[in-house]
Design a protein around this ligand. Structure first.
Ligand SMILES: [Zn+2]
Ligand SMILES: [Zn+2]
Length: 436
């Protein structure tokens, strides 16, 4: 074939049916775990006023500096494709008066996001995240429950033992103010040993220097003053309780004093799930408290915490672990037919079988029975029904077991009942779409 005229845009990809099996499975697990814990689903618009993001994520983060897709509407409004979800959710929380509902408000989502970054393995310009937010509760038990929920989802997906939970506290704004000063003092005179990014960040966001991946920066970071020396009593107590609750919930973690997360709005608890593999830096997901964000958006002081995980990265880990999600889409029955009357009858048979919860595909063309059976093979159908001119005249139909290669003649009037019995799967019991 000549090369196609168009290709997907750089950093984007098509979710083809086979890849969608993973998507559907992840969605199912997330939805199940979140609903079990009382979360409700939310979707905010894909684009927002750019201020929603610049105001929250912080001007010094990579996301705002380099990675946002910003564009102008025809009326000259500056808009941005959302690079992450927390800002939009907090905006919605306030806009719709959710602060007046019983607190905390627990929300979850599975959505696409956009970042103009350098595409590489597991990193795309349009990517997907699932995650959750709990807004309106400061108790460390909530931190532990959010982490537990993320861990549980990793377990359900079969990737928990490939990941290590990294845990840290970055304190409240007060402790952090002190710590930032200490860091700036520590780095004074050492600027020339820092990478360019770190030199730029030093006075704007010195915490970020701690998690730089450059070797020289890491050496300096390892000797930098420790946060333990400035943390206040309340923040320390909060962190201690989070750890105790995680122990109680049997969630394993590693304390990592250099974990700061890239976004300005985090406070106190921060956490990420890292690969166990040596040298691999790809976190599947992470989160933390953002106790100041609601107020920054004009609301009352409202504590909150959230978590987000990359769907594509999660799928990479699942594939690495050799996990293939169950495919419920198996074709149970293929109907082959020959001649105009048989074709008509096969249409009503299709719909009757589907009403009984059977996945059935019918041949539409005028091909020979033999070539129709090749299609049945390719679809890996369990059974085929063959309706030719003779069968139509005799009021019968051929039922062929595709796995065994055996076949029998069945009365047309009995065929639906027979097929339902043969498929013999309880999951077939036709459920109303309105049932829970
Ligand atoms: Zn504090
Ligand atoms: Zn650096």
């Amino acid at each position: 074939m000549a090369s196609p005229k168009f290709q997907s845009s750089k950093g984007t990809y098509d979710i083809l049916p086979d890849y969608h099996l993973y998507f559907s499975f992840i969605k199912k697990v997330v939805r199940h775990r979140c609903r079990e814990a009382g979360f409700r689903r939310i979707s905010t618009p894909i684009f927002e006023n750019v201020d929603v993001f610049t105001h929250s994520i912080g001007d010094t983060s990579d996301i705002v500096e380099k990675e946002m897709f910003v564009f102008e509407s025809k009326s000259g409004k500056k808009l941005a494709l959302r690079p992450e979800n927390t800002a939009g959710v907090v905006r919605a929380y306030l806009e719709h008066g959710m602060h007046q509902e019983p607190q905390p408000v627990e929300l979850y989502y599975i959505e696409p996001f956009f970042r103009y970054n350098r595409p590489q393995k597991g990193r795309f310009r349009q990517f997907h995240q699932f995650g959750f937010e709990v807004i309106g509760e400061a108790d460390p038990a909530i931190d532990a429950q959010i982490i537990y929920l993320s861990h549980k989802i990793n377990q359900d997906l079969g990737i928990a033992d490939r990941l290590t939970l990294q845990l840290n506290t970055i304190g409240c704004l007060d402790c952090r103010k002190q710590y930032k000063e200490d860091l700036v003092n520590y780095y004074a005179g050492k600027e020339r040993s820092l990478c360019e990014d770190c030199q730029n960040r030093l006075h704007r966001n010195p915490l970020r220097l701690l998690d730089c991946k450059e070797e020289d920066c890491q050496i300096l970071a390892s000797m930098a003053p420790k946060f333990e020396t400035v943390i206040d009593a309340e923040c320390k107590e909060h962190y201690t309780l989070v750890k105790e609750y995680l122990d109680e919930l049997k969630v394993p973690y590693v304390e990592n004093s250099h974990l700061v997360r890239g976004l300005d709005y985090y406070t106190r608890t921060v956490f990420e799930f890292w690969s166990n593999k040596e040298g691999a830096q790809n976190a599947t997901g992470g989160g933390g408290r953002y106790d100041e964000l609601v107020e920054m958006f004009g609301g009352q002081p409202t504590p909150a915490i959230g978590y987000a995980a990359g769907v594509e990265r999660t799928i990479d880990y699942m594939k690495e672990a050799g996990i293939r999600p169950p495919n419920k889409d198996r074709i149970h029955v293929f109907i082959a037919q020959l001649g105009p009357i048989a074709k008509k009858r096969s249409l009503s048979l299709l719909s009757e079988l589907r009403e009984h919860g059977i996945n059935v595909v019918g041949s539409a063309g005028k091909d020979s029975i033999k070539s129709q059976m090749r299609v049945a093979d390719r679809l890996k159908a369990k059974y085929s029904l063959i309706l030719g001119q003779i069968e139509v005249q005799e009021g019968t139909i051929i039922l062929r077991n595709m796995d065994k290669g055996s076949q029998e003649v069945v009365q047309m009037d009995d065929i639906v009942k027979t097929v339902v019995e043969r498929i013999g799967d309880n999951s077939l019991k036709k459920k109303s779409l309105w049932e829970e």
